[in-house]
Design a protein around this ligand. Sequence first.
Ligand code: ATP
Length: 458
Amino acid sequence: MIEDMQEIVNYCKSRGFIYQGSDIYGGLANTWDYGPLGARLKNNIKDTWRKRFIQERKNSYEIDAAILMHPRVWEASGHVGSFSDPKFDCKNCKTRFRADNFITDLTNGEINGDTLSNEEIEQYLKEHNVKCPVCGKSDFTDVRKFNLMFETYRGSVDDEKSVVYLRPENAQGEYVNFLNVQRTTRSKLPFSIGQVGKAFRNEITPGNFTFRTIEFEQMEFQIFCKEGTDSAIYAEFKEYAKQYFIDLGLKEENLRFHNHDKLAHYAKEACDIEFKFPFGWGELNGTHNRTNFDLKRHQEYSGKAMEYFNNETNERFIPYIIESTVGADRLVLAVLCQAYEEEKIANSEEGDTRIVLHIHPALAPYKIAILPLSKKLNEKAEEIYKNLSKIFACDYDEAGSIGKRYRRQDEIGTPYCITVDFETENDNSVTIRDRDTMEQVRVTIDELENWFNKKFSF
Ligand code: ATP
């Protein structure tokens, strides 16, 4: 487990997991680009989510809805009216602050800024003669609400009528398609719709690397059910999400439930799963009992019935929704923080250390690295690479000593290295080295595919 945020930022950059967004222009705050390894890791995480939440569950369907939705969607959902954070500006240096977090941080958590009204925050700033952390002056604007949605315009005219929003959550795409999916799949309640996709929020709070960004990916899952069955499904999904994180390799002692004290306008029950990041506990996932609020509102705003018809009982009603949502970027960060170790090498006489990413094999960017011991062995090694890479994500490295090449693969979490040596020509075998135990076994080339077959399943 890594203890220091800066270390993980440096590690991600130097190995090609994550770079600052628009780096050559000095960066754009709270944006990050996934590099060759990061893109693979994130895709692998999304695959495990799809397997656990869609494939392994009966009556679960994935959709891929449009990011730009009819503006009325966001009126119905309540985002136009109330998806906002309280903020204030320093009149001198023009820096903008998120007011609730500002007070929480200033008082080291003694006062929870989230519980104060805008007027109470203004009063606190005045009474305590609080200074701007950037320029040192105490001259602030009033606290005002700022909507977190990004606006853009469709068509060629920049007027209010053509405003559309970049979606701030995936969920509404699932809600507006509830009846489309139910009818086309002929599903009975309970059934689920999931979606993996980008969401956008105009966050100004410092991001803690990829923890809080203005563009991020969510893996959202909505279970449509009958009122009365909702609380049991809610309780089940809190545990289901936690088990998913544990199976990915997050340690149970680094996970905790956090029930919401202040419920959102749509929620009957809400609980986060938090992970212990190097900067402190932070939300990875939310489980929400959203009641029938969303579908009711869409019925009201669209004028279209959002009712489910049970043809066995002849009942018609608007279902309840339990939501289980995970931030893909936060999960990537948690997995990296958890898996990163700097450890002493057990049998080394010099007390050598190595960096190793003890990542779940299913998540590893490369599953296998093929390392010819000498350039003379390239032909055989290339042939093995060509065959195995049809099935597994493989890396090929012929540069430097074999020890250095092992270290490089350990650092990026490759679970197995194959060494092609001078014996290979004679015995048609290679050595496979295990990342975690560093043990080596000899396996014939014909056996390789079978040998690896079940090693990467989730
Ligand atoms: P927070 O309280 O941290 O702002 P939230 O409660 O607003 O998060 P949700 O609206 O429940 O978050 O969004 C679902 C998930 O999306 C969160 O659990 C989180 O993993 C992820 N997420 C939300 N906002 C961001 C962000 N700005 N950057 C990265 N991931 C995010």
